[in-house]
Design a protein around this ligand. Structure first.
Ligand SMILES: [Zn+2]
Length: 227
């Protein structure tokens, strides 16, 4: 097929469009690099490979002391060096990370995020608020992704937005639960982290205006009933 035909074929038959061998190869090598880096980070962070559970049930990860909930999961650890390793399920009190098989940047960031929870020993900490744990894990994730040398600029933008968005969802939960009552309850470093994405500056203001409104509403009710 000549090059003009190729272009027409590309634009007019989107359902037949196939990735070229070159782009497949490029994608594969990127994922291989991510897998390699994630495994290296696990080891560097002092995490025993026995404590890493790799699943293929969607793009989620977990870090915790309890693993009995995974009884029905097929638990294998895929490693370039070691091949496919099946692990016996860890004891319920053994700290672990459960991470998805890496097929794209989303799963890669899940690995780095969960490694962040693990290295901060969040599985042992019942006092730290959840949003602070998520902040520390996301901060770890962004720092490691930046210094890894295996994440390109475009993937870095996706990872940054997802880090800020995810932390924001935990800020919302903390507001709902009453763990955050006003803007001052969020540490400055967390606000700075959220402000990496410009849109969060207005987003945070909007949230706290809403809290203020609710506060004044409840004050008014209080005044009506008790004064
Ligand atoms: Zn997390």
């Amino acid at each position: 097929m000549g090059w003009i035909k190729k272009i027409l074929f590309y634009f007019f038959s989107p359902e037949d469009r196939k990735p070229t061998k070159r782009s497949e190869k490029k994608k594969k090598s990127k994922i291989e690099k991510w897998q390699e880096y994630a495994e290296k980070l696990v080891i560097e962070s002092g995490i025993d490979l026995d404590n890493v559970l790799v699943h293929s049930h969607g793009g989620w990860g977990l870090c915790g002391p309890k693993a009995y909930q995974f009884e029905n999961y097929h638990v294998t650890y895929k490693s370039e060096e070691l091949g496919n390793l099946k692990f016996p399920l860890p004891l319920p009190d053994k700290p672990y990370i459960a991470v998805p098989e890496i097929t794209g940047w989303w799963e890669f960031r899940a690995w780095v995020h969960e490694i962040g929870h693990y290295t901060h020993k969040h599985y042992d900490d019942r006092d730290k608020p959840r949003f602070m744990k998520e902040y520390e894990a996301e901060k770890f994730c962004l720092e490691k992704c930046k210094e890894s040398g295996v994440v390109g600029d475009y993937d870095m933008i996706d990872i940054k937005f997802s880090a800020v968005g995810y932390l924001d969802s935990h800020i919302d939960k903390a507001i709902e639960k009453g763990n955050i009552k006003c803007y001052a309850d969020i540490p400055e470093e967390v606000i700075e982290f959220l402000h990496q994405c410009e849109y969060m500056k207005n987003e945070l203001k909007r949230k706290f205006l809403a809290i203020e409104e609710k506060y004044f509403e409840s004050q008014k009710k209080f005044d009506r009933y008790y004064r």
